[in-house]
Design a protein around this ligand. Structure first.
Ligand code: MG
Length: 374
């Protein structure tokens, strides 16, 4: 969408700039350049082999962090377009939002956070920012990807107050209680719409949950009944896809309508008004409740399924043992992760582990603990 067609309160071409000043890109916008840099990063390619819920080797059709991020970008763009927001910015944020995730999904992040308790902790949002600000080494003139402030702000979805104080401008909104751009808010809810729906799809495919189970969730049941009534002969696999498709559509449609009405109520003139207002991107109260019910179901029936718990326990063990081994003898670290200064060791080990794919972490664990593997 060209700049003129954007809403007045959309994020315009990076007003707040990059940490390291660069010439304007030719033939593409600043946010498009950010997206392109993210796609070309090593951290982005590693998302292909990082767990969303299912570990990569459990099956070829389950979502990985990469396909999850692409689905977030698709949903985010489609919402942004309908609200006349900056699609390119939403896309850049969506593709980068999970770059800091550890191997093995949330189990990996919890394990690494526990290991890092004495050393400032581990937060995956903060790590995503660290990846784009510092850890990617691709450009001659600066560290990281040197992304625009607006992209970095969107990547840093949550952050503890303590960490916010160390981050300068990008951490300020957590201290002042201000909102990020509407584009950041859209990417955040697109993330939620994406994972709730693809986890239903993956959960059903894996057999961890069944259609009968899912019928107790109102949002799913509504659309399931409608699909079955219209297509009584349809095979279950297609029933699932058709139902999930309709759920995504219902969530997006509701979100767009409610957000339009929120915007109307606050009548923001520009992005500064957005930053002063509470979050304006939201579901209606009714859809919020239906969505909460779906999340609750997934939490109890799927994320705590005994098969998922077994994988989580293994993930904890692998991450913890890697961390302890490297801390005990840093000579085993690849040199670029073995800093001369001892006080930097824990963060460096954490960066190394967080960057691993699932299978690299499994392989590294084997190389450290089993005779015969080096
Ligand atoms: Mg995500």
């Amino acid at each position: 969408m060209s700049e003129q067609l954007l809403a007045t309160y959309a994020a315009k071409e990076s007003l707040l700039g990059r940490n390291f000043e660069e010439e304007k890109p030719q033939g593409r916008s600043d946010f498009q350049r950010d997206r392109d840099r993210i796609i070309h990063s090593g951290a982005f390619r590693r998302l292909e082999y990082k767990t969303q819920v299912f570990v990569n080797h459990e099956g070829d059709l389950f979502r990985t962090r990469l396909t999850h991020s692409i689905e977030v970008a698709q949903i985010g763009r489609s919402i942004a377009r309908r609200l006349r927001l900056n699609e390119d910015l939403v896309e850049a944020i969506s593709l980068a939002h999970d770059l800091g995730h550890t191997p093995f999904g949330h189990a990996g992040q919890d394990a690494l956070n526990t290991c890092m308790q004495e050393h400032g902790g581990f937060e995956h949002n903060l790590q995503s920012l660290r990846v784009v600000d510092l850890l990617e080494e691709r450009y001659a003139a600066f560290e990281g990807l040197n992304l625009c402030f607006e992209t970095r702000e969107g990547i840093l979805k949550h952050c503890s107050l303590e960490n916010a104080k160390k981050l300068g401008a990008v951490g300020e909104r957590f201290i002042l209680g201000r909102s990020p751009s509407l584009e950041a808010q859209v990417a955040n809810l697109a993330d939620e719409i994406a994972y709730n729906n693809h986890d239903v799809d993956d959960g059903l495919r894996s057999g961890l949950i069944t259609l009968e189970h899912m019928s107790s969730v109102r949002l799913f049941a509504q659309h399931l009944d409608a699909v079955r009534a219209t297509y009584p002969q349809l095979a279950d696999r297609r029933v699932v896809h058709e139902t999930v498709r309709r759920m995504i559509n219902a969530l997006v449609t509701d979100l767009v309508a409610q957000t339009k009405s929120n915007i109307q109520r606050y009548s923001p003139r520009d992005i500064e008004d957005i930053r002063q207002a509470p979050s304006l991107v939201s579901f209606s109260a009714e859809m919020h409740e239906l969505n909460r019910e779906l999340k609750q179901f997934l939490r109890t029936q799927m994320y705590r399924h005994y098969k998922v718990m077994r994988m989580s326990a293994k993930a904890h063990r692998i991450i913890n043992e890697l961390f302890q081994a490297f801390m005990a003898d840093p000579r085993m670290l690849p040199p670029q992760f073995n800093p001369d200064i001892e006080s930097e060791r824990a963060r460096s080990v954490s960066d190394y582990i967080a960057g691993m794919t699932d299978r690299y972490a499994i392989g590294e664990h084997r190389r450290l603990f089993f005779v015969g593997d080096v």
